[in-house]
Design a protein around this ligand. Structure first.
Ligand code: CP
Length: 309
């Protein structure tokens, strides 16, 4: 049965959400997935949505577009190479121009932390942050939590290791804003140059002293993409060194608990932070994450519209 629930004004970050909000969302996403698979999604107003990707995306952009189509929304996806931003138009003018065409929702990815927040404050639209700089990627955080919830049921007392460039990862930041509130013990591991000491002040979060310590008995291991620019910045020596110290190699795969799941938000650097046997093996949830991305984004859109299922 379709009913009205408290609408989220925007989805800019997971940090402001509390445990009740997150648990309610997981239940809502589960029901949404069931209805979407049965092709019984509720009828919703035919709102206009602008997908505004100022950075490359395969998974997030495609899954938002699929989610919007499944809800019957009016969709505009701006091809930025052909947009006026290339001629120097400001972010505000680009969004204001599109909203003048009677659009109500903006999905935005931008290289600047705070860009989604800025649009939400300045423009009359509901805004979904599809990744802003090194700040947050809240829809990814929700789909990661949902994928773990499907795998384990309750997340209370589970242990998840997050390994890699924690400091610059908006995915890690959203997961850190979500998983500990759901009762997950999070272990962080990565090069010292890519860790943020502030993270250890989050309840249920610890730094692991080695890869082995991070994954020992863990229920899930989330590998993060290493960005080549970290070498140019002097934060890493070589990719080979990174793999030796921090990669989920074939050898380390054998040390995971048999029930442990492997996650990666993508895109993956195979052979660098994750070996193909880990990415494609029976413990991997990588493609499950992608599949759930569509359902979770339908659930997010419904929450912004105040529709429960
Ligand atoms: N996980 C993620 O954000 O992937 P894309 O960059 O392909 O959207």
């Amino acid at each position: 049965m379709t009913s009205v629930m408290r609408a989220w004004p925007h989805l800019l970050a997971l940090d402001p959400l509390n445990r009740d909000d997150l648990e309610a969302f997981l239940v809502h996403a589960e029901a949404t997935k069931r209805l979407a698979i049965a092709k019984q999604l509720p009828a919703v107003p035919k709102l206009g949505v602008v997908n505004l990707f100022f950075e490359n995306s395969t998974r997030t952009k495609t899954s938002f577009e699929l989610a919007e189509r499944k809800l019957g929304l009016d969709i505009v996806s701006l091809a930025l190479a052909s947009s006026s931003t290339a001629k120097g138009e400001s972010l505000y003018d680009t969004v204001a121009t599109l909203l003048s065409m009677r659009m109500q929702l903006v999905v935005i990815r931008h290289a600047s932390s705070g860009a989604a927040d800025y649009v939400a404050k300045r423009c009359k639209a509901q805004v979904i942050n599809a990744g802003d700089g090194t700040h947050e990627h809240p829809s990814q955080g929700l789909l990661d939590a949902f994928t773990l919830y499907e795998a384990f049921g309750s997340l209370q007392g589970k242990t998840v290791a997050i390994i890699g460039d924690i400091k610059h990862s908006r995915v890690a930041r959203s997961n850190l804003a979500c998983l500990p509130k759901l009762g997950v013990n999070v272990r962080l591991f990565g090069p010292h140059t890519l860790l943020d000491p502030a993270h250890v002040t989050i309840p249920n979060v610890t730094f692991a002293r080695s890869f082995e310590h991070a994954v020992e008995g863990a229920d899930a291991v989330m590998m993060l993409r290493i960005q080549h620019e970290r070498m140019a910045q002097g934060l890493l020596s070589t990719l080979d060194d990174y793999t030796l110290g921090y990669g989920l190699t074939d050898e380390r795969l054998k040390r995971l608990a048999p029930h442990a799941k492997i996650l990666h938000p993508g895109p993956m650097n195979r052979g660098v932070e994750i070996a193909s046997h880990a990415a494609d093996g029976p413990q991997s949830l990588v493609l499950q994450q992608v599949d759930n991305g569509v359902f979770v984004r339908i659930a997010i859109l419904l929450r912004l519209m105040g529709v429960s299922v």
